[in-house]
Ligand binder design. Sequence first.
Ligand SMILES: NC(=O)c1ccc[n+]([C@@H]2O[C@H](COP(=O)([O-])OP(=O)(O)OC[C@H]3O[C@@H](n4cnc5c(N)ncnc54)[C@H](OP(=O)(O)O)[C@@H]3O)[C@@H](O)[C@H]2O)c1
Length: 343
Amino acid sequence: MSYGTFETTYAADDERYDRIPYRRTGRSGLDLPAFSFGLWQKFGTDYAFETQREIILHAFDLGITHFDNADRYGPPHRAAQQNFGKVLAKDLASYRDEIILSTKAGNAIGPSPYLKGGSRKSLLTSLDHSLRDFGTDHVDIFYSHSPDLSTPLEETVGALVSAVEQGKALYVGVSNYLPDRAHEAAVLLADAGVPLLIHQPRYSIFDRRIEQNGLLELADRDGFGLIVYSPLAQGLLTDKYLETIPDGARAVNSTFLKPDAITDTYRQRAAELNKLAEARGQSLAQLALQWVLRNPTVTSALVGASSTWQLDHNVKALDFPPFTDEELALIDEHGVHGTGLNL
Ligand SMILES: NC(=O)c1ccc[n+]([C@@H]2O[C@H](COP(=O)([O-])OP(=O)(O)OC[C@H]3O[C@@H](n4cnc5c(N)ncnc54)[C@H](OP(=O)(O)O)[C@@H]3O)[C@@H](O)[C@H]2O)c1
């Protein structure tokens, strides 16, 4: 196949839509795959591009149609988007209409006052940069990456609305917003005729904040979807750190997960959860993913992966029987909020 000057040998798997479920995003018309893929870690210039390409294409073959990015992802900032853009141009160009491409703006990507925060200038400039990185004329979902309390919410929301009106985004979302601000944003967006599609918070067995602060209920009430990030607590909810910290694992290489997260208390809790997973015939990773998706308010589990093996393994998480009340109680007992997270 040839797309412009690029050649590809890639042809998507014909059975890709038979592998994982698709779930409706809030009260919108948009379905997202139960597992979405994020390019936060190991998609910068410090990892082999060919491995990144292989993982992205494998994800698409598994039916993962949604790819989550941000201007910040790298290193350096924007590199992950540029790498995704290369795969899109070379291999996925003819599948662009089957892909939900997301990006976020507003977290600092430089010292300039226009490369951070929720101002109109910052968000819309970042979106233009992202479109150049991807080589596309629009993204499917454009997010305000984090709340910026020093900028009027009307200005941030106005920039999201403009992105849609300018045809540069089909839908908009917010990430890391506490419920009150998310609700205010949803109201302002609805008034402007651009509904809040989705909220992107962190959620896992070790991070219970959205259960405690009312965001789950708010999503149902206001009709937006939830795509939950770091559902494996960056790998802590897998069996990889039970005995040791393996070479190449995120806890060795990342500024976002440090070896000091692997405490005795963490290991004890993870080992108990691992025992429960084994008793159910699944891995801890599969248990953790099935657990975040047990609630239909959660549209999609937003995972990372450093190998195609991890993706193959993780997307089987929904192939197991539902949790019993006793199992859920055990998960609550050992899945203590804040474990390994330095909260
Ligand atoms: N909105 C925000 O502020 C925000 C913040 C953070 C993340 N996100 C989004 O969420 C996405 C996912 O975050 P995350 O990467 O932290 O998610 P995660 O799914 O909790 O962690 C993924 C990491 O766990 C390890 N892993 C995955 N499956 C495994 C398995 N079966 N066995 C052993 N290890 C396994 C891999 O790390 P190693 O193999 O490298 O150890 C993988 O990269 C990001 O890419 C980004 O799109 C958004």
